[in-house]
Design a protein. Structure first.
Length: 281
């Protein structure tokens, strides 16, 4: 782990949204449920998109935010590393993974299958009160988007999706989706920022969330699944485009290094040949 500056954005260009201090992201916790609550809050930050691809994780900042020792934070980060939400970088440092466009496309295929299934089950199993709660969250998300509050929009986007998926009343399926969102969340800021700043209008009857709600109220499982699939695919296109542009920016540097290495090898061969020639004369 590292106790240096908060994060880098390796290979992703400028951060898609501004970030306050780490101390502002989390609530302090009491000692009775400290380890689980620290883990839960950090996990929620990942699934909501409040951490970014390439961001380095600094234990001391997290511990100061929670008002705890570094032990429960270190324990939570080990668990998240085991869930592939974090990767080891240099030595003992941990960072949020930087996904390739290909990896994210594969992740979207899995999401469409699992989250589409959950939405279909929700159309069958959600109570009217649960649908009302999801509707309330969608309304709040529209308000946050109108206010160009990226962090609130990200958190409400996650809350909306999991209101729907929890409404399926399929606990094993829900756990699988929660695990996927540890990888999904850090990428979502790109799509949400696109929507807020000149992209698709969130406050619209044609927004996928409104289509999901209409299908839930109609108890139409097929339409609910399709609406969630469309939401995933729409955001996925924005994210994949951003990831591909990041890969394209890095490619010239790799090609230059490879070309330089090839030239060095060629020069070394020529020098060796010259030395061998002079030695034989």
């Amino acid at each position: 782990m590292t106790d240096s500056s908060s994060h880098t954005n390796q290979g992703t260009g400028a951060a898609p949204t501004g970030r306050g201090r780490i101390e502002e992201l989390f609530a302090r916790v009491d000692h009775l449920t400290m380890h689980e609550r620290v883990y839960g809050q950090i996990r929620d930050a990942f699934t909501s998109g409040l951490v970014l691809p390439g961001q380095r994780i600094v234990i001391r900042e997290f511990a100061r935010s929670f008002g705890t020792s570094m032990m429960p934070v270190r324990d939570a980060l080990r668990r998240l590393e085991a869930e592939n939400a974090l990767v080891a970088t240099n030595g003992r440092n941990l960072a949020v993974p930087i996904m390739t466009a290909s990896d994210y496309q594969e992740l979207c295929l899995i999401r469409v299958s699992l989250e589409g299934l959950a939405a279909g089950e929700a159309a069958r199993n959600m109570s009217d009160a649960e649908i009302d709660e999801a509707t309330s969250v969608a309304n709040k998300m529209e308000d946050a988007s109108d206010a160009q509050d990226t962090e609130a929009t990200l958190q409400l986007n996650r809350k909306f999706h999991f209101c729907v998926y929890a409404g399926a009343h399929r606990p094993l399926l829900l756990k699988m989706i929660e695990s996927l969102w540890l990888r999904v969340g850090p990428q979502l800021a790109y799509a949400v920022r696109h929507d807020i700043h000149g992209g698709d209008v969130v406050r619209s009857a044609y927004h996928p969330h409104r289509q999901v709600l209409a299908a839930l109220r109609a108890r139409d499982s097929g339409s609910a699944s399709l609406a969630v699939a469309y939401d995933i695919s729409r955001a996925g296109r924005i994210i994949v485009e951003r990831l591909k542009s990041g890969e394209a920016e890095k490619a010239p540097v790799h090609r230059q290094r490879r070309r330089a290495a090839q030239e060095d090898t060629q020069i070394a061969k020529q020098l060796n040949s010259a030395e061998e020639g002079s030695g034989s004369s």
